[in-house]
Design a protein around this ligand. Structure first.
Ligand SMILES: Cc1cc2nc3c(=O)[nH]c(=O)nc-3n(C[C@H](O)[C@H](O)[C@H](O)COP(=O)(O)OP(=O)(O)OC[C@H]3O[C@@H](n4cnc5c(N)ncnc54)[C@H](O)[C@@H]3O)c2cc1C
Length: 412
């Protein structure tokens, strides 16, 4: 008999989870309050980050932290209420960012990242989404020779330990590779393996279209209506109540709110981020991270997208796009940015965990309930890997990656 399952949340993670469950014979209903790929998976920098083998640690450099505290720079912004609300999780994040513990997290994280482009490739091909993807890597660009040297050493270290491929470029090589960069920069690290997506929301929609073409159902509904129903679960949708034997929560930054109602208090927090599109005449070939200033410029279908670093604020606090304003000034030093498109800045939130590892596996105290969230800075990258791993666990078969480091029960 076919087993039924609800997947709540149709971002990159939920949509890929639905596809992989469907592939294993489950009757899957994908539920979201919006259309697929309209939230965090819509507004990111569109990078499939095959180079991101190290999860993003809590910065420890005193100078950097002083700047953050004083509100200097574009990299980090904070609301006092946000810091207060997330204080417990942030302290645990600081604890796990100790070099020894970060190295352990990197071991587990890199095992997921290793499959990122291969897993996307299968779905991109099946969904006919090649037109959205460029497979030429992206660059960290550096203004100072010292920062370039340090980054080149780190890149070499990642090559030796994880096989991450990159090329160091000096001023002239960078100018030749990216003639649109008008500032004279010290150089770049060109990561060769990542891919760039020129419309991240559209890629999720294509994956969702594939899911529907293969017989899956996408419904509008509110995950907050999730209830135990007999031996299974139910959720209310625009088309009425839908029952299923099992359910997966893939609610990205909203997961915390829902699991709290089920009695789970995990050390989760969010890092908000903004984007704005510009009518730039600069023809950047690949995305660039202005590494010492902390923002990304990514060529997109709608224009040049500028995305910002981390803002520690409650998920529902009104937008305060001060980082965007600062990053815009810095970006104008690098490229002909042009006018901003006349629309409000986009605001989203990276779903983070204190130990920098996603939460993937069975809910500790609820039968037939599964978690798949907390993919932080790389949820767009990791969606297909996370979807496969979760589906392998639900179907009880062998898993391609050892799921132990990501098990929800590590948080109680
Ligand atoms: C500025 C910025 C830049 C980034 N750049 C990159 C990048 O280049 N590469 C990368 O890999 N990652 C990047 N990320 C991170 C990445 O975007 C996220 O990790 C990823 O999108 C998370 O995917 P998700 O499916 O878990 O969450 P989401 O995409 O947010 O999906 C969650 C879904 O749950 C739905 N939902 C929530 N509550 C309910 C409810 N009550 N009922 C029904 N549905 C509900 C939402 O509507 C949403 O569709 C970036 C993030 C930001 C903010």
């Amino acid at each position: 008999m076919t087993s039924s399952i609800l997947v709540l949340g149709a971002g990159m993670v939920g949509t890929c989870t639905a596809l992989h469950l469907q592939q294993r014979g489950f009757e899957v209903t994908l539920v979201d309050r919006r259309a697929p790929g309209q939230e965090t998976s819509f507004g990111n920098a569109g990078l499939i980050q095959q180079e991101a083998v190290e999860p993003y640690a809590f910065p420890r450099e005193p100078g950097f932290l002083l700047n953050v505290a004083l509100g200097r720079g574009a990299q980090v912004h904070w609301h006092a209420r946000g810091l207060w609300q997330m204080a417990g999780s942030l302290l645990r994040y600081l604890h796990h960012s100790h070099p020894k513990r970060h190295a352990q997290a990197t071991e587990a994280y890199s095992r997921l990242i290793a499959h990122a482009t291969d897993e996307h490739d299968l779905l991109i091909t099946a969904a006919g989404a090649q037109d959205l993807v460029t497979r030429e890597g992206f660059r960290f660009v550096f203004r100072s020779a010292k920062a370039l040297d340090e980054a080149s050493q780190r890149a070499e270290d990642l090559r030796v330990r994880f096989g991450v491929r990159s090329e160091a470029e000096n001023t002239a090589q960078l100018a030749q590779a990216e003639p649109a960069l008008r500032a004279s920069l010290a150089g770049a690290v060109h990561w060769l393996d990542p891919w760039a997506v020129n419309n991240p929301g559209a890629l999720v929609q294509r994956y969702a279209d594939l899911f529907v073409a293969r017989g899956g159902r996408v419904m509008t509904g509110d995950a907050a209506s999730l209830q135990v129903q007999g031996k299974g679960w139910s959720v209310l949708t625009a088309e009425g109540r839908v029952d299923a034997e099992q359910a997966v929560l893939a609610l990205g930054p909203w997961a915390d709110g829902l699991i709290r109602t089920l009695g789970y208090h995990f050390p989760l927090f969010i890092k908000r981020g903004y984007h704005q599109h510009y009518r730039s005449t600069a023809q950047l070939r690949q995305p660039v991270l202005d590494a010492e200033r902390g923002y990304v410029l990514a060529p997109m279908q709608r224009g040049l997208r500028l995305t910002t670093g981390a803002e520690f604020a409650p998920i529902d606090a009104p937008p305060t796009p001060v980082q965007l304003a600062k990053a815009e000034v810095l970006a104008r030093e690098l490229v002909e940015l042009g006018e901003a498109l006349p629309e409000p800045p986009w605001l989203g939130a990276r779903p983070c965990t204190a130990d920098m590892l996603p939460v993937m596996g069975p809910a500790p105290r609820h039968t037939g309930l599964w978690f798949n969230f907390g993919h932080a800075h790389q949820g767009f990258t990791l969606g297909p890997v996370a979807g496969r791993l979760l589906a392998e666990m639900v179907s009880g078969g062998p898993t391609g990656v050892d799921p132990m480091p990501y098990r929800p029960s590590r948080f109680g």
